[in-house]
Design a binder for this molecule. Structure first.
Ligand code: HEC
Length: 156
């Protein structure tokens, strides 16, 4: 590579790096603080219920209790709190406050829990383990991007 070309490549890289956090919109974007207090409270209740169910799933996985894995994964899929307690107005406020990509991520997460419930009903252990890993990766990825305010560990 000639010196002129390498300088050019470096300049371009610097420009891309400088532009990416804002223009590509892929930096952390805390959603909690943007929600109305009631809706945020429901989201937090839901998250704690999801964490409890995730503990129960791990417990059931290591005991080979497929029926409990199926029940708990299905319960996460069916949404404990958000779906049941949000009014139409709350739902609109939620949609208005969060980015589209957050909604898509939440949907993908819920699909994984449905797949996990299905794998458990099929008694397919290898698939249950794979999906449980994918599920916990989905928690982490969403928190790192959308809840660094709540989980400062991801900012370090
Ligand atoms: C689509 C995004 C998303 C996914 C997926 C997700 N979370 Fe969260 N979670 C959040 C957000 C956003 C907050 C912070 C809300 C706030 O700032 O008040 C949060 C907060 C939490 C909290 C803290 C609640 C509190 O008391 O403040 C727990 C616990 C939690 N999540 C557990 C989980 C677990 C376990 C999973 C996966 C099995 C998961 N979450 C998946 C978005 C997500």
């Amino acid at each position: 590579m000639t010196p002129a070309k390498s300088v050019c490549a470096l300049t371009m890289l610097a420009a891309i790096l400088a532009a990416s956090p804002t223009s590509a919109g892929d930096g952390p974007q805390p959603v909690g603080p943007k929600l109305p207090a009631k809706v945020r409270g429901l989201l937090i209740q839901e998250m704690n219920a999801v964490l409890d169910a995730t503990h129960d799933i791990l417990d059931a996985l290591v005991r080979g209790r497929d029926e409990v894995v199926a029940e708990k994964a299905q319960a996460i899929h069916d949404s404990f709190i958000l779906k049941q307690e949000m009014t139409a107005a709350d739902r609109r406020a939620f949609r208005d406050a969060v980015p589209e990509a957050f909604v898509a991520r939440d949907k993908a997460f819920h699909e994984l829990t449905a797949d996990l419930a299905e794998a458990a009903r099929d008694r397919d252990r290898a698939r249950q383990h794979r999906l449980f890993r994918d599920m916990t990766e989905a928690c982490t990825a969403c928190h790192a991007r959308y809840a660094p305010n709540r989980f400062p560990g991801f900012g370090e």
